[in-house]
Design a protein around this ligand. Structure first.
Ligand code: SAM
Length: 249
């Protein structure tokens, strides 16, 4: 890994990024769901619903949801898995994972059907070939080493398994990029400050989105990690992209 990396639009020592990202999510955890609804006007629910509809989750499967946060994706996946399936929520950040655990408990899922394990997604404490599906939503752009994360997801996925990733991307419609930039850089940090008192966390959010590879480049990174049949679909004009890839052997 290089000695320096990006944290939003800033350059920071690579060894410091994970703790900076920790600080951001510890600060926003309690208001995370509310802010998602406010910032996206509820659109994040539609993006996540689409992700769940294409996830190859079947009754009895074992699924890993990385960067699970407050648990929206894990909950939706668990509903597709039925009584015999199991979803593992993992997240770098304790307070975010606690929100996920609360979500699972509120739905009666933590005993037997879901586990919460705090870990860095780029150093997973799971055996090779141990999950049928690996999912991650709005998490990977926060990783210090995206390639290392993708390699880990490939390692823990069983042959024939699906990797599915929802992430902010780059608008592809004319003028949408201009409007989106204006909204992101002018409104979101101010909204974040108003609701959470932490403007910097939301400044990081918009900068990290801007800094993340576009959909074509990220698709290449997925292929380079060993996934086959990689493809993506744009949502809301490319503001978000849903990526898929498969571990064939
Ligand atoms: N997946 C949830 C969702 O879609 O609502 C939460 C997404 S939230 C924007 C990003 C999450 O990624 C946070 O919970 C954060 O703690 C987690 N995260 C950031 N870096 C991580 C890493 N290296 N490994 C695992 N989780 C990480």
């Amino acid at each position: 890994m290089n000695e320096s990396t990006h944290f939003g639009l800033k350059s920071v020592p690579a060894s410091e990024k994970a703790s900076l990202v920790m600080g951001v999510f510890s600060s926003v955890a309690g208001n995370y769901d509310l802010m998602n609804d406010l910032m996206s006007g509820g659109l994040h629910r539609l993006w996540k619903r689409r992700m769940l509809s294409v996830a190859a989750a079947r009754p009895g499967m074992r699924i890993l949801d990385v960067a699970a946060g407050s648990g929206d994706i894990a909950l939706g996946l668990s509903r597709k898995l039925g009584d015999k399936g199991r979803v593992v929520l993992t997240d770098l950040n304790g307070p975010m994972l606690a929100e996920g655990a609360r979500c699972m408990l509120d739905h009666g899922l933590l005993s037997g059907r879901a586990d919460c394990i705090q870990s860095d997604g780029s150093r997973l404490a799971f055996r090779d070939n141990s999950f049928d599906v690996v999912s991650i939503a709005f998490g990977i752009r926060n990783f210090t080493d995206i390639e290392a994360g993708l390699a880990e997801f490939h390692r823990v996925l069983r042959p024939g398994g699906q990797f599915i990733c929802l992430e902010f991307s780059h608008p592809v419609l004319p003028l949408l990029d201009v409007a989106y930039d204006a909204y992101s850089f002018n409104i979101i940090p101010a909204l974040g400050e108003w609701v959470t008192g932490d403007r910097d966390a939301y400044q990081y959010l918009v900068e990290s989105i801007r800094r993340f590879p576009d959909q074509k480049r990220f698709e290449k990174l997925i292929s380079w990690a060993g996934f086959e049949l990689a493809k993506y679909e744009n949502m809301t004009g490319g503001i978000v992209a849903l990526h898929r890839g498969y571990k064939i052997k």
